[in-house]
Design a protein around this ligand. Sequence first.
Ligand code: C5P
Length: 242
Amino acid sequence: MPDPTSRLIVALDVPTLSEATDLARRLAPHLAGVKIGSQLFTAEGPRAVHAMHDLGLRVFLDLKFHDIPNTVGGAVAAATSLGVWMLNVHASGGPAMMAAAATGAGGRTLVLGVTVLTSVEEKDLQATLGTVRTLRDHVLHLAREAKAAGLDGVVASPHEIADIRQACGPGFLIVTPGVRPAGAERGDQRRVMTPGEAIRAGADYVVVGRPILAAKDPVEAAQRITDECRLGRAESREPRAE
Ligand code: C5P
């Protein structure tokens, strides 16, 4: 069974449901939930969600919807009917799209806005996306828009957690990928922190994929991260969502 006090969501970025189920079953005692992203969902569809529910695990469906409001509202309603715990949309889809997502969820699923991907650096934001704000200001702008549109929280890099917590208050969920235990490979993630640092900065949950999936002993890696999060939470004085 999952651990209700855990702050760790494992990213099941694997190609098949049998690999995902095997991992999830072994890691479950250390997890707050699992994240099913576009790789696994494209390969296996809704049965991947049902398989995790059968293991007693909550599912964060990470499909990062970004389309016209009508389409996103319909996609969110469909995901909500699968009984997922949380899902996400790109906050850069705009206030009307985020409001349609909130309506589609109808309060039955937590809806998070993706601010700026943790693989993006400020020079990419300005050069490729033509954004005039600094990365920090852009993330804060998107987080405020997500809150105003009725979303439950955001997905954001560790380095923006403290600012978002201050701008959006304690009840606003902050879910943080781009987390790397000390000494782990960064991969394509750029703006990284350790799990303990992220929780201390005010994150509610951390999302970790490769440092667990590629570990020699994934169960031990997950347990270490969960323990680090617990310590970070005990040391943190920040109020936050339960
Ligand atoms: O393997 P790694 O720990 O880098 O996995 C991070 C997970 O979080 C991936 O599944 C990725 O899709 C997801 N993610 C992210 N950055 C975001 C939102 C989600 O890295 N802003």
